[in-house]
Design a protein around this ligand. Structure first.
Ligand code: MOS
Length: 722
């Protein structure tokens, strides 16, 4: 590919060949001579105390190096940036099933697994609380605007319903893993499955009691994370500790079963939504009150009101949230944290309300589109939600929908149409990006961020290729290392928006430096010219009638490379309300005779500013929509009520959509650059791909069947039983 007109195009991943050939190194692919393997011993109670740990048998097994318990391990400290408040193996208290009580380290994964099983632990159990959330736990005093209670009471048409979402487990294909190498001189090198090498470096250094410069975190490739890999989990610090004490590299790979126990999940929620409207469909009041389940010593939960504040033009609003505590592991961020379960409730309620009002659900939304952000009266930086609705409606064929449920047939199959909207705040953090020009005509871009799988490698290469006029195959991208100039964590749909200004600045700095060299170089054809009359264009420095490739200037200067250090600050609004928007449309089919429910089609109309790479962007939305099918119809982690163990803790029993469950998906990107966010107008799209899918499906199920299911996942039992 020789064109350098790449921004906004469908560009194949530059790391694609590495991935499909198996060359790409994920954390657990880093292997070292003499490396040991660690396997943790999980608690088999969910509440109580460890009374004794007998490691004699385990230690006697062949190949076993050490069994670490709170008695014989090196001290680990508490730290922010690790989702468990307590340090790993801090004391004998157990508050969830699967909490680590010991760590077995051996020469092979098999020996370590056998040793972990041979550790004999006795417990003093206490009674376990993993109850489902109940209505009494929903709060009713929160923040908001206007006088929501009075406005609701006085509304001509009212809706008051409860919606529930279950515990969901992230389940990225790549298991959480840590490979730690310790050197007494330089400290730790940690190959970690993290969405933020900088954050992980900080959290691990604090837990290990080391200064930050003695911990280096490397994440070259990540098999996704969905939020579950934003912060570090207990195995990471334990693995580092073991590597130091034993003087050998140590690897831990969390098992699939443990993914359900001790590395986070999306909290279950219970949400009460009250909507009051005038009889002509103008919203008067919206009250969104919710509780989510957290661990005993955690405050993490789902901030379900994330999108509620600004989405509709409603003068009277209440948002109240609380977390309640259960004997479960710590929850954490999962794609669209808060907003995704939140808009499930509010967008389902909007559908129910439209029906009460006798309005088309799209019309109802149009009637309540705000002119400015009603939460702060700020103008929107760029909001085209109504266009999302219009385009989505056209592409799905909304005119074919029959508002009367259970009336549209395709043979025996009942067909239903549904819509659900979503938003996610947009902005950007600060970042540092170095852009190097080399004397062989190549460029290298370096940043301490990482590619979660969304295409960050490619985005960097596209921008630098276009701005420097160097073909993309001559651009190297170096990311995934905490020693690099600090960059964003891969979360909150913010990497692309964040790296753009710093990358553009890096390019600018590199060019400025190059131009200054162009006149300084001995025998320079430009020496008689002034610096500011020189131009950099398409890889060449041009002045007067002469053009020289940048590589020649470096050679003339006897320099291997020059580096432009790019920096940018954050921007989280600055007087504008910044969000990405989406309208998802779903068509479902219900065949009563065989109790088959299918999502047949999804259309997603995305207002995400300028899309830098349409191919990787579309890829993100496809994955998110399938995740939404899982949320709507399949997913849910179940805790056994007496023991507190997640009982469907594997890919067979925790249902996710298979290929056969995937609908036909049509992704449409609106093209309205949001220049308030950054120079290229790019906003994030990771979270809005999911926000709104589940309610669109639920609303379509109602339209097909006449059954309103207010608790996810929607099961066929819900549709069959009276
Ligand atoms: Mo996302 S839940 O911010 O990784």
């Amino acid at each position: 590919m020789n064109t350098t007109d790449l921004i906004g195009k469908s560009i194949p991943r530059i790391d694609g060949p590495l991935k499909v050939t198996g060359e790409a190194k994920y954390s657990s692919d880093f292997q070292f001579p003499g490396m040991l393997f660690a396997v943790s011993v999980p608690a088999t109670i969910a509440n109580g105390e460890v009374s004794s740990i007998d490691t004699k048998l385990a230690k006697s097994l062949p190949g076993v190096r050490e069994i670490f318990t709170s008695e014989n391990m090196d001290k680990l400290y508490r730290s922010d940036g690790n989702h468990e408040a307590r340090a790993p193996l801090e004391d004998q208290q157990i508050s969830y099933w699967g909490q680590y009580v010991a760590l077995a380290v051996a020469d092979s994964i098999e020996a370590a697994t056998a040793a972990a099983h041979a550790v004999q632990v006795t417990y003093k159990p206490s009674s376990v609380d993993v109850r489902n959330l109940n209505k009494a736990e929903i709060p009713n005093t929160g923040n908001g605007r206007g006088d929501p209670s009075t406005a609701f009471e006085n509304s001509a048409v009212k809706l008051d319903e409860i919606y529930r979402t279950p515990t969901e487990t992230h389940n990225p294909m790549e298991l959480h893993a840590t490979v730690a190498v310790y050197d007494a001189g330089t400290g730790y090198t940690v190959y970690e499955t993290t969405q933020g090498v900088g954050g992980a470096r900080g959290a691990l250094s604090r837990q290990l009691g080391e200064s930050g410069d003695r911990v280096r975190v490397i994440t070259r490739f990540l098999g996704s994370g969905f939020g579950g890999k934003i912060n570090t989990w207990p195995h990471a610090a334990l693995t580092c500790m073991a590597a130091k004490v034993l003087g050998k590299p140590v690897q831990t790979v969390v098992t699939r079963k443990q993914e359900f126990e001790c590395v986070g999940h999306r909290s279950a929620t219970i949400q009460r939504v009250r909507i009051g409207a005038s009889s002509d469909g103008k919203l008067q009041a919206l009250l969104h009150d919710y509780a989510s389940a957290s661990a005993m010593d955690s405050g993490n939960g789902e901030n379900c009101g994330e999108a509620t504040w600004s989405f509709y033009g409603v003068p009277n609003l209440q948002v109240s949230g609380s977390v309640v505590h259960r004997n479960i592991g710590s929850p954490t961020a999962m794609r669209g944290p808060g907003a995704v379960p939140g808009v499930y409730a509010t967008e389902s309620a909007m559908d129910e309300m439209a029906i009460k009002l006798g309005l088309d659900p799209i019309q109802f939304r149009i009637l309540n589109e705000p002119a400015v952000d009603p939460s702060n009266n700020q103008p929107f930086s760029s909001r085209h939600y109504l266009e999302c609705l219009a385009i989505g409606a056209e592409k799905i064929g909304w005119h074919k929908r029959n508002p009367k449920p259970g009336t549209l047939h395709d043979g025996e199959e009942l067909i239903g149409y549904g819509v659900g909207g979503g938003s996610w705040f947009a902005g950007r953090g600060g970042a540092n990006v170095n852009v190097e020009l080399h004397d062989d005509g190549t460029a290298n871009v370096l940043c301490g961020t990482q590619d979660i799988g969304t295409g960050t490698y490619t985005i960097f290469a596209q921008i630098v290729s276009e701005k420097l006029g160097i073909p993309i195959h001559k651009i190297r991208v170096t990311i995934g290392d905490s020693n690099l100039p600090g960059g964003p964590m891969s979360g909150g749909s913010m990497v692309t928006a964040t790296i753009i200004p710093a990358t553009l600045d890096g390019v600018k700095q590199a060019i400025t430096m190059l131009l200054s060299k162009a006149t300084a170089m001995q025998g320079s054809p430009f020496s008689s010219e002034f610096n500011d009359s020189l131009k950099y264009e398409n890889g060449m420095v041009t002045g007067g009638k002469k053009s020289i490739p940048f590589a020649e200037i470096l050679k003339g200067m006897k320099m291997k490379s020059i580096v432009g250090e790019g920096h940018s600050g954050g921007n989280f609004g600055g007087g504008y309300s910044m969000h990405s928007y989406v309208a998802h449309f779903a068509v479902v089919g219900w065949t009563p005779s065989i109790a088959r429910l299918r999502v047949k089609r999804v259309v997603s109309a995305i207002d995400g500013g300028r899309i830098i790479n349409v191919k990787t962007g579309r890829n993100q939305i496809l994955g998110a929509v399938i995740m939404g099918v899982g949320m709507a119809l399949f997913e849910g982690t179940h805790y056994e009520k007496n023991y507190g163990a997640p009982i469907n803790s594997n890919y067979a029993d925790y249902l996710v959509p298979t290929h056969a469950d995937a609908p036909k998906i049509d992704v449409h990107f609106l093209d309205h650059p949001d220049i308030h966010v950054n120079e290229l107008g790019a906003r994030g799209i990771g979270e809005i791909g999911l926000a709104g899918v589940a309610p669109a499906i639920g609303n379509a199920v109602y339209n097909a069947t006449g059954k309103r299911v207010r608790s996810l996942p929607i099961r066929i039992e819900d549709l069959i039983l009276p």
